[in-house]
Design a protein. Structure first.
Length: 364
């Protein structure tokens, strides 16, 4: 395994501290631009604290569409902050100053080796040229690694004689970059498998863990993470009232009340009139249960048909689910419940002054 390189990350705060030309800083700390013309950004200098130090690799992060971008990286033992921060110099003039030291320039490349650079201070300039009205870009920053490292250090000494810029070193550097990228992915496997940290793209692959019932559902990433977090309890409790209530809350953001047949039937059959009313509301069959959802409570929008299909996965075999949405438009003799979707109003006294009752009587 190759020795771990030191890394310098130039994101977010660095984008704010750098010097920019025509680029706009967004609220999420990215430098963006669109249209034709010239754009540029000079990153804050990084001090490696190593006089004559070497540099290994630079990786740029961003999206560039229909435009050309150039990355100029330079290293020097001299502190050039006074020249680079001089507002009287243009970006091309500053680039010429950097080119007086060890430097490397790449066009439309987001991954580059810095083996040719030598110096304590690292300067990076990114310039973008748009030639069309639909040109646009969004720069997130970059990561630089130092000092220079090579696989040749692990080979016999004869392979190290030609120095850093030899053909063999460049050939080995390509293989080394592939190895380091793969090693980085391996190091992040625990993060990929962590449903709390993984990306949305990977998260939807985890829906297969549910046995498939969550795969075709229109879950948000937050809902899917909640399902996976409680998957053991959901799977073991499918068909129970508690799990069905939790799933209704997950997809609607509202509490559900579940009315089972035997809960009311034995009590209401003592009164024939009440029994008929309850059978009209909750059904006559013993295999039917009713889910009441209060739509007056704040929550997420969901169609009745979509919710019915969703609850089919949690309905016990041989049972029928009756879903009732409660709202303030319910009428008496229907699903109208005090303090749920109805209330008793307080009488209000109106002003009847001046109302004529007959020819001889006037109120007020």
């Amino acid at each position: 395994m190759v020795k771990t390189a030191k890394k310098v990350n130039m994101f977010r705060l660095a984008l704010r501290r750098g010097i920019k030309y025509r680029m706009e800083l967004t609220d999420d700390d990215r430098l963006c631009g669109s249209g034709g013309g010239y754009f540029a950004w000079l990153a804050p200098v990084f001090d490696s604290m190593d006089q004559g130090g070497t540099w290994h690799r630079l990786r740029l992060a961003g999206v560039f569409e229909n435009c050309k971008y150039e990355v100029l990286a330079a290293a020097a033992d001299a502190d050039l902050r006074e020249e680079m921060e001089d507002g009287g110099l243009t970006f091309p003039q500053k680039a010429e100053i950097l080119k007086q030291y060890s430097w490397i320039r790449r066009v439309n490349t987001d991954d580059m080796l810095l083996h040719e650079l030598t110096g304590r201070y690292l300067w990076v300039m990114v310039s973008v040229s748009g030639a069309a009205a639909d040109s646009r870009f969004c720069l997130e920053g970059f990561q630089a690694e130092f000092p220079w490292q090579s696989f040749s250090e692990y080979l016999p000494e004869i392979y190290q004689e030609e120095g850093r810029n030899s053909f063999f070193e460049r050939y080995m550097a390509a293989l080394q970059s592939m190895y380091e990228d793969l090693e980085k992915e391996v190091d992040h496997i625990p993060e990929y498998l962590d449903y709390e940290l993984t990306s949305e793209e990977n998260l939807h692959a985890f829906s297969e863990w549910t046995g498939g019932w969550a795969r075709d559902r229109e879950f948000t990433s937050g809902q899917l993470r909640e399902v996976i977090r409680n998957l053991q309890r959901i799977q073991s409790g499918r068909g129970t009232k508690s799990v069905m209530r939790d799933m209704v809350y997950l997809v609607t953001g509202r509490e559900a009340r579940i009315i089972e047949y035997f809960k009311w039937h034995d009590w209401m059959k003592k009164s024939k009139g009440l029994l008929e009313e309850y059978e009209r509301l909750f059904g006559k069959r013993e295999d039917t249960f009713t889910v009441l959802i209060d739509m007056a409570d704040p929550g997420m929008e969901i169609s009745e048909e979509k919710l019915r299909r969703f609850l089919e996965d949690f309905t016990p075999l041989g049972m029928c689910c009756n879903v009732v949405f409660l709202d303030w438009n319910s009428h008496m003799d229907t699903h109208c419940y005090l303090d749920q979707n109805s209330c008793l109003s307080v009488p209000e006294f109106g002003d009847a002054g001046g109302v004529v009752l007959s020819e001889n009587y006037i109120l007020g």
